[in-house]
Write a protein that binds this ligand. Structure first.
Ligand SMILES: Cc1ncc(COP(=O)(O)O)c(C=O)c1O
Length: 415
């Protein structure tokens, strides 16, 4: 009965499957006896889900109609969109980016932003460029739209961003189809925790300028984890400087989300934020994506948008939230330091980690075997194609101590 394009669709979500297994083990053996490194949400040192108090208090105090009513427009409440621009590009963005055109469209989370962008910037049968280590949804969304994907190696042999591979593949796609939509998930990449350096972004800027002579470039930068960067708010956004004054046929779209930033995963609030040197490009962006919103989900949560703009436009509240969040960023740094130090001592491999929710142990073809063996020891990680994802966002420090040694033991047993 299904349409031809839906006949073979079935989702095996690697994350949700193993999350369920870990939950079962915790019920059977007790929380303390199970290391659950699967959950991609912030948890405290009692391994309990964290919802920032500042955020939940504001939400609970919203008037009923501000939660229950429809949003004021398909593309999002104007005040919300204004706050998104301020949060992503800086409060002073009007002055800072005075020669750029900027527009935004509200979407259900970063997922809606990525999906709208793939849908509106490539045709069926065309290719997008995504990293080989990636958030799996990029692939799923491409498949949903009949779009193909090419993988670039995220890392070079030194564990730095593989600029050469990115550029070579992007250029090839432009030569084939006259344009490229490339996804970079920066900073605090999922699943590795990599963040590009300023030099790496500068190199990409030079590449975009040079390569725009051959065709259109759409850079989709997924910034879902930007507020967990150890470099702080300013440091995490410094590279945006390089998006000023790009050629008119280069469009930068940020996939913005409050899921992690406000610990409001279920509210489904996010946005596409477009930046270009051409007004026509941002006008086209708004027109097409607004149409998609209407056709796909109509509008997003009014209360979620109001929550965000009420906090962002109130300096006292916003500072309070940042303070609360930064305590967890600090905690994550402590967790990362423990894991990285012990991983080095044990000599287990690690993808270059610079910040964020996840650390990845690359294990090549042995990954699945090792991941399943670890489960027998009551250690649950997300088993990716070529590595194990350890969600340090949710594992207490006391459980991270000794985890690399346990992983090493299993690696030695399997190899
Ligand atoms: C890399 C990345 N991008 C985007 C998202 C989107 O999340 P949401 O749709 O909840 O905003 C996630 C969520 O896990 C993610 O890991």
């Amino acid at each position: 009965m299904l349409a031809n394009h839906s006949k073979d669709k079935s989702i095996v979500d690697k994350v949700f499957t193993v999350v369920a297994k870990a939950k079962e083990a915790k019920e059977k053996f007790g929380q303390e006896n199970v290391i659950d490194a699967t959950i991609g949400v912030l948890c405290n040192e009692d391994a309990q889900f964290v919802n920032f108090k500042t955020v939940s208090e504001v939400y609970k105090n919203l008037p009923d109609n501000e939660i229950a009513a429809y949003a004021s427009s398909f593309s999002g409440d104007p005040k919300y969109l204004e706050c998104v621009k301020e949060v992503v590009l800086g409060k002073n963005y009007g002055e800072e980016f005075k020669d750029s055109f900027i527009d935004a469209v509200a979407t259900p989370g970063g997922s809606g932003a990525v999906s709208n962008t793939i849908w509106n910037y490539v045709d069926k049968g065309e290719k997008i460029l995504i990293p080989d280590w990636m958030w799996e949804s990029y692939k799923i969304m491409s498949e949903e739209f009949g779009v193909k994907y090419e993988l670039y190696s995220l890392f070079d042999e030194n564990g730095a961003f593989n600029t050469a591979d990115f550029e070579q593949k992007a250029e090839k796609i432009i030569e084939e189809q006259g344009k490229v939509l490339a996804i970079i998930n920066d900073p605090c990449h999922n699943p590795t925790g990599y963040s590009l350096s300023m030099d790496e972004w500068k190199e990409l800027r030079d590449f975009f300028i040079k390569t725009a002579l051959k065709g259109d470039i759409i850079l989709l930068n997924d910034i879902a984890y930007i507020d967990y960067d150890f470099r702080g708010e300013k440091g995490a956004r410094e590279y945006m400087e390089y998006f000023k004054g790009l050629p008119e046929n280069v469009l930068v779209i940020f996939a913005f989300s409050i899921s992690k930033a406000f610990t409001e995963y279920g509210l489904r609030v996010g946005a596409q934020l477009a930046l270009s040197s051409s007004k026509k490009v941002t006008d086209d962006f708004k027109r097409a994506n607004e149409f998609s919103c209407r056709s796909r989900w109509s509008n997003i949560s009014r209360g979620g948008m109001r929550l965000f703009s009420d906090i962002v436009s109130n300096p006292e509240l916003f500072d309070k939230l940042k303070k609360e969040r930064n305590e967890y960023v600090g905690l994550m740094k402590e967790r990362a330091d423990i894991f990285i130090k012990e991983a080095k001592e044990e000599g287990i491999p690690m993808c270059t980690y610079r910040g964020g929710f996840f650390i990845t142990v690359p294990l090549g073809d042995d990954t699945e075997k090792i991941g399943l063996e670890l489960q027998k020891e009551n250690i649950f990680t997300v088993i990716l194609e070529k590595g194990l994802r350890i969600a340090i966002c949710s594992v207490p420090k006391r459980q991270l101590h000794g985890l690399p040694a346990k992983i090493k033991m299993v690696i030695d047993r399997v190899k």
